[in-house]
Every structure is written in C-alpha cells, then in structure tokens.
Design a protein around this ligand. Sequence first.
Ligand code: CFM
Ligand code: HCA
Length: 534
Amino acid sequence: PSEVKEELLKKYPTKVAKKRSKSIVLNDPDQPKEIQANIRTVPGIITQRGCCYAGCKGVVLGPTRDILNIVHGPIGCSYYAWLTRRNQTKPETAEEANYVPYCFSTDMQEDHVVFGGEKKLTKAIEEAYEIFKPKAIAIHSTCPVGLIGDDVHAVARAMTAKLEDCNVFGFSCEGYKGVSQSAGHHIANNGLFKHVVGKDNTVREGKFRINLLGEYNIGGDSFELERLFEECGITLVSTYSGNSTYLDLMNSHMVDLNLVMCHRSINYIGEMMETKYGVPWLKVNFIGAESTAKSLRKMAEYFGDEELKAKVEEVCERELAKTTAALAASKPKTEGKLAMLFVGGSRAHHYQELFKELGMKTIAAGYEFAHRDDYEGREIIPNIKIDADSKNIEELKIKPDEELYKPRKTAEEIEALKAKGVELGEYKGMMPDMAEHTFVIDDISQYESEKLIEIYKPDVFCAGVKEKYVIQKMGIPLKQLHSYDYGGPYAGFEGAINFYKDIERMVSSRIWKLIDAPWEKAKKEQPELTATYV
Ligand code: CFM
Ligand code: HCA
C-alpha cells in the first residue's frame, strides 16, 4: 500500500505532492490517523467539490418546501441547481405551498454588477410575495453579490418590515466563501437558528418527540424513515430538511431528542439547540439494515420506555426478516467484490455499512469537504487548527434560553445511557469503521481516482455526476451516491433492499467492459494518431 500512495503522488510537482500527501492516509494501526481536511484545493487540480452557495441553498435550505428561496446572482447559479439534487417533498394537501419545483433568481446582469443589485432584489422579493404570498423568503447570495457589496441583510430587514406576515432573511453564502460546500452548511445552520428556530413554541402532541437532523430526502429516503418512526409511535416534528416545512422548523426546538444523520452538514444546529434549549443529539445511521435497526434501538433506549422498546423491537424484527431474505438473493453475486466511495461528507461513511452487508469490501473512501472530526472522531475537535478560511465563517455565540432551556437528561442519566452504548453528542468518524490497509483520501482528485482504479480495478466506484462518465469509460460501473442515479430510496429497511438489488445488477453486468472508450477506440482504429491525441 505505501507504493500505492507513492504512485498516486509521483506525477505531481514536489510542493503539490507534499500537500496532497497529508490528505492520503493508509488506515493502519501503526500509522498516524491524522488526515488533512477542509483546506483549499490546489489550483489546477480537478476536484469533486462544489461551492458554498451549493451547500447553503442547494443542500440545507432547498428541501424545505414552503420557504421561497431567491437566488441573488446570475441566472446560471440558479439554473444549474434547479432540481438536480432530487430532494423530494410531499405537501399534505393540494393547497399547501410547495416552491421546490420552482427556480427563483434575480437574473443579475452586467449593469447590476456595475450599479448594484439591491433594487432588483427588492423588486424580485416584492414580485414573489405578490404571486405566492409565502410565509418566509430566503435570499441566497452568489459570488458577484459579495464582490460588489450588495447588502442582502439590509434588504431582508426592510422587506420583513414592509411585507405582511412574511419573514425575509438573507444568507451571505457567496460561492467563494470558505473552501467548499461545507462553509455553506455552517452559514445555513446559523441563519436558520437566528431567523427560524424558536419562533413557534407550541407543545405538539406525542409522547416521544424528535427531529431528524441531516437527512434531505434524496430519492425519497425521508419517506421511508417517516414510515418507520410512525410505526414505532415516534412523533417526528421536523427533518432538517427533507420533506420539511417552515412551521416545523420554527417548532423544532420543542423536541426531546435530535437524531443526527449527516453530521457534517448539520452538527451546528444540534450543538446550538443543545446549548440554547437543552435538547441532546444522538448520531445515527439509517443506511444499512443492521445500522437502521441499531439506530432505532438506541433511540428507544434513550427514551427508556418499555412499550416503545417493545414496539421498536417488533418493527425491527419484522423488517429485518425482509432485508435478510433480500440479501440472501443478492449476496452470492456481490460477495468478495470491491468498492470505492468518494462522496461529499457523510455518505462515504454511511454506505460502507450497506457494502459490508453485501459482503463487499470498501478499499478506499473519502469525503469531498468533511472536516477532520468526520474522519477521526469529535474528540480531535480541540486540536483542529482554525485557519483564515474557517475564521471567515461566523461562529454564533449561543446562551441558554432564559425561559425554554431545560436539560432533557440528568448527568447520571447521560452516564447510564453511555454505559448502554447510547452516547449523546458523539461521533467517532469514518476511520475506526474501516478495515485495516484501506485508503482514506480527502478531496480526491480526478487523477488520483484514475490511478486508484488502474491499481485496484474495483467492481463499483461511488461518486457523483462529474465523475460518472469518465469512470464508466474506464470500464468500471459508477454508482451515484448523491442522486442515486434516479433510483432510491436507499435509507431504512426498504432502502437497503433497493440498494442490494441495484448493486447486484451493477457488479454483475459486463456492459462497461465491453464498450471501448472513445480514446481506446481511436487507439485501435488509428494507432498512428495515438502519440498526439491520446
Ligand atoms: Fe451530508 Fe448530504 Fe453528504 Fe452533504 Fe452533498 Fe448530498 Fe453528499 Mo451531494 S448533506 S454531506 S453537501 S449526506 S448534496 S444529501 S449527496 S455531497 S455525501
Ligand atoms: C452539490 C450537490 C451534489 C452534487 C452531486 C454530484 C448533490 O454538492 O452541489 O456531484 O453529482 O448531491 O446533488 O452534491
């Protein structure tokens, strides 16, 4: 494996190789576990990353159906992100507001860049309000807005004062803020916490009230989880933010537990809600049948109610019988195969569970933009160096709420839960779950991906749409773990069954090996050209 690392770095200029070297770690008990993450990509390298605006508007805010998201910027920023993330939503009545299918943009032009875009933004808000009468409007700034200095927050304040019963708030989530989507998550978390959470203090019905943080309903994942909570007798107040509504988010501090799926994108809300209101959070993983059962059981243990525990047990046993049968059908074809996973910030960890169930080994994995704690565990947070790029992102100072702060568990109860394996406010990261002698690579480049593929010839490579076609042309099936390639859901028990079937098909097909990539074809047909063109 150390030769593999050398091979990945060999072609880089010395300085680049030195830098990339710290982001490529062999998961080995004798090697230091520290990985370099959340730093700028070397210019010129083909990265998988997106931008801050994508993390704020596309990821965190986008899935809430009745917050009207206006993108302040050139039309391309909005158009490119229009419905591409596959976050589904299901209004409860035909009349209920749903802005998810729409694309709202100020369509900034050159003269706005020269003379300012605040007037145009004000007009866009007025127009949207006139037509839709939304309860909330969020403004998302893209790169030029920050460069020319439009004050979207002043516009938002003025419009909140002017419009009747409409909360307008802005996000300074210009694409270049921070080094990746991750900055946008943080900005979105801060904005939601400042402008939305805590605005509705109604105590909702239900004995066991929770939120599900960091689950965005891609391909219908949240629907499957909602089904499970309902069957177990759990009241889901809000999901952040799959299939969510503005009202649910405003009420979300009134729960007794936050479950955290995607730690990277939403841990800030979990932490802030705990500090201000006393709601603890529990890391879960609903990807994989066994992980789903384990997560549900932990949740039941947290509430400690015997009836709930029995109900959860009943649901798990019934569902596990189905997933076990499905697995028995797929596993003979998947067992022993190799997978590589390079996705944003959580799925590269969570989906290893599904591959384990299929008997497949994850030989290399990494995140596009996660931080060291998502790799190494939260205990290293105090050791993370805060660089200038991170300092750029506001850290909210949160204090306990004078009326509503109420710790949900005593210190003794928290200790007792820990002894039972239910550790609150903890995430141990991806590395401890990976096998020895596997590679962990942060912000992998296209070049490094290609080298890894040449060396290991994995049976499936998991990444996004930018990687998909290049890698398939290398003869390797690529499973999109962002959009699910138009499939899913993959969460929960039903999701596991869908995943087993889809992966079984992908690793059994020889189609990609039978097709020559255009450059291979050219080499065969006109060998004399290869020196120049290939
Ligand atoms: Fe969390 Fe996500 Fe992910 Fe993410 Fe994303 Fe996504 Fe992703 Mo694409 S919130 S970090 S910023 S699990 S959009 S639903 S698939 S990169 S691994
Ligand atoms: C984003 C969204 C994305 C992109 C997916 C991809 C998603 O980061 O802006 O690269 O295929 O999940 O839609 O991560």
